[in-house]
Design a protein around this ligand. Structure first.
Ligand SMILES: [Ca+2]
Length: 492
């Protein structure tokens, strides 16, 4: 009897599905490259909470010549994926060494720049990089520990994971850190370039100044490097590996850039923070909020609400909106205003054609690396660290521009779709000012994952240890019945 009823239900549900979705669209396959900052984690959760039938996160490559170090970063991503019941997503690591001092990339090496340039620009916490790597302990305290762990020398490489994902078919890349992994991939797998439909990247600063009423100390410069006096133009992600960013932007693959121009218009302001605090219905929201709170409480000055922006998570919002509207105007986007601009990435400083020991693509080489021209735009002085005397200008801003996404014309220009600012909130009664805030809270703080999943609590330690260990069929059926709008089909 029971079997018959279930069969009837499945038949009815199947019929409804056919009626509702006569031609089911394939999900958009997505590869994420991340340097695993707190903001990257928010972005990942926001992406993982989307319907998998619409956006399928296929693979993650971790870039560790930037914000985080390999073991911590990979384990962090593994734990996030375990919480979201996505242990099927492969995770590769890149940027863990592999670059010789002369700029040679070893097999599976993962930067075009070397010298850990980005790390020099990462502001150290009270306990140095350990604070960043461990998310100030919030991760171990709150996240379930997944079964997968980082193992040095055995971890799949970013290059391998990218190759598997990209060779499997059309895919979109979301870049949340430096461009090293993607650039090395494009240089070593030119025949697979055709499979990358679009690249969305948070990075760069084009016309970046702050909005008219902004008063943050960051507003004085175009870029956002910590200790920015010697290079007021660069944004962190591009500065980490300017030649890689140049390679990606000039690859011929369509690129949408979400630079500081846009992200500075969507700082994580106090009304949003308070709204988030009130919307804690899912474990993902609780974790995200506790992470944000820790970042706020350890912020080095009193400008958290002005300086912490929706960077990578905003980029993901812009990307998903653009993918949804790809049948229409490129510039039509739910969350951001977009504009085509002609850009390049500055990789070295004039005069070009010098050999002063700073440039790994030129110096000490009979033939320049990567086929660059001896007197071309990549042949000048490369910024050496954050106190490079070459860049210093007496009683003024520094002159180095490495990593600047600069508007230009002529042969060096490439056309890129650029987000210029976040859109204002449609709801005039909202205390928040941007559409994306509302959408972010709706996606991360609400949703069906925690309803369907079963949260287990370790009573000895009074903390949640695992989510989605099994599926709650009643909740699932209720969800399904809601979708079909047919109450009597609800399981009971
Ligand atoms: Ca990032």
């Amino acid at each position: 009897m029971m079997f018959g009823r279930v069969l009837w239900m499945l038949t009815v549900i199947g019929c409804f599905r056919v009626l509702l979705n006569p031609v089911e669209a394939q999900p958009r396959r997505i590869l994420v490259d991340t340097d695993v900052d707190t903001d990257d984690v928010l972005a990942l959760l926001y992406l993982l909470k989307q319907s998998k039938t619409e956006f399928d996160l296929t693979a993650i490559s971790v870039n560790v010549n930037g914000w985080s170090d390999a073991g911590h970063a990979v384990n962090y991503v593994y734990d996030i994926l375990a919480m979201m019941d996505r242990n099927d997503i492969p995770v590769g690591v890149g940027g863990e060494g592999g670059i010789l001092p002369n700029g040679t990339i070893l097999p599976n090496g993962d930067s075009t720049a070397g010298g850990c340039r980005y790390k020099q620009a990462v502001p150290p916490g009270q306990h140095g990089h350990l604070d960043i790597n461990t998310n100030y302990g919030v991760r171990r305290a709150l996240l379930p520990q997944g079964d997968r762990k980082y193992v040095p020398l055995q971890q799949p490489t970013a290059q391998q994971v990218m190759k598997d994902a990209i060779s499997a078919g059309p895919i979109t890349v979301l870049n949340m850190g430096t461009h090293s992994n993607l650039a090395v991939f494009l240089m070593t797998n030119p025949s697979l370039k055709k499979n990358i439909e679009h690249i969305y990247a948070m990075g760069g600063a084009v016309r970046s100044t702050c909005s008219e009423n902004a008063t943050s100390v960051l507003c004085g410069d175009i870029g956002n490097l910590f200790r920015q006096d010697i290079n007021p133009y660069a944004e962190f992600n591009i500065f980490g590996d300017p030649f890689a960013a140049y390679t990606v932007l000039h690859s011929g693959i369509p690129v949408t850039l979400v630079p500081l121009d846009a992200t500075r218009t969507i700082p994580l302001d106090e009304p949003f923070f308070k709204a988030f605090e009130q919307k804690q219905d899912t474990y993902e929201a609780q974790y995200s909020f506790q992470s944000l709170k820790m970042v706020r409480d350890t912020w080095p000055n009193d400008e958290f609400y002005k300086q912490f922006c929706m960077w990578d998570s905003f980029m993901v919002g812009v990307a998903l909106s653009q993918m949804r509207s790809s049948e229409r105007d490129d510039k039509e986007n739910e969350f951001a205003k977009l504009e085509y601009m002609n850009l390049t990435v500055i990789t070295s400083n004039r005069p070009y054609g010098i050999s002063d020991g700073s440039n790994p693509l030129i110096d000490g080489r009979l033939i320049p690396k990567f086929g660059v021209q001896k007197n071309g735009v990549h042949s000048g002085h490369v910024q050496m660290g954050m106190e490079d005397p070459f860049c210093l200008v007496k009683e003024g801003k520094g002159k180095c521009q490495d990593g600047y996404t600069k508007e230009t014309t002529g042969a060096e220009a490439v056309t890129v779709l650029v987000a210029t600012e976040a859109k204002r909130d449609h709801d005039s009664n909202s205390t928040r000012v941007k559409d994306f805030y509302d959408n972010f809270l709706d996606v991360v703080a609400v949703g069906d994952v925690s309803v369907i999943g079963q949260l287990l609590v370790d009573e000895h330690q009074s903390k949640m240890v695992k989510i989605l260990s099994s599926v709650n069929p009643k909740a699932y059926h209720e969800e399904f019945a809601n979708i079909l709008g047919e109450q009597k089909q609800s399981a009971s």
